[in-house]
Design a protein around this ligand. Structure first.
Ligand SMILES: [Zn+2]
Length: 156
């Protein structure tokens, strides 16, 4: 294989380039997702990193990679998909929380208090997922979000 930085030939699976000394492995993480092997190219990650991280801060912007040059990026699409899942989970969950807290309001004593705690607790969970996602985007490894990350692949 070729070093992504200096284009010199290096051993397959090398962690460090012997020509320019740059790290090769950490950005090209590999996992098996279903049957396909997902692999991010270091240059791809470098180019689309900011966009991928912003997408976790504002998940509503998940579609941006799909309408720009980044649509050819495996890395950008991976994160756009995770952000879309987070967005659907967040909205869907928020609506559920409203209904649950309405029902809880009829439960004597503890009900109304639990109803009040539910929404902030859910918001915190979403925030935690977004932070984990943004950290994964920053690392450049194909790590899916906990719990919800494996739900579906909406963007091919
Ligand atoms: Zn090199």
């Amino acid at each position: 294989m070729q070093c992504p930085h200096c284009k010199e030939e290096v051993l397959d699976g090398a962690v460090k380039c012997k020509h320019c000394g740059s790290n090769i492995a950490p950005q090209g993480g590999q996992i098996a997702s279903g049957q396909e092997i997902l692999r991010f190219d270091a240059q791809d990650v470098e180019k689309n990193k900011v966009l991928a991280i912003i997408g976790y801060i504002f998940p509503i912007l998940f579609f941006i990679p799909l309408v720009t040059d980044a649509k050819n990026s495996i890395y950008a699409k991976f994160h756009a998909n995770q952000q879309l899942i987070l967005l659907i989970f967040g909205f869907g969950g928020a609506v559920c929380m409203v209904f649950i807290s309405i029902i809880l309001a009829f439960v004597p004593v503890m009900g109304p208090m639990m109803g009040k705690l539910l929404r902030p607790a859910f918001s915190l969970a979403c925030l935690a997922l977004a932070i984990i996602g943004a950290m994964g985007a920053n690392e450049g490894t194909p790590k899916k979000l906990p719990v919800i990350g494996n739900l579906t692949t909406l963007i091919k």
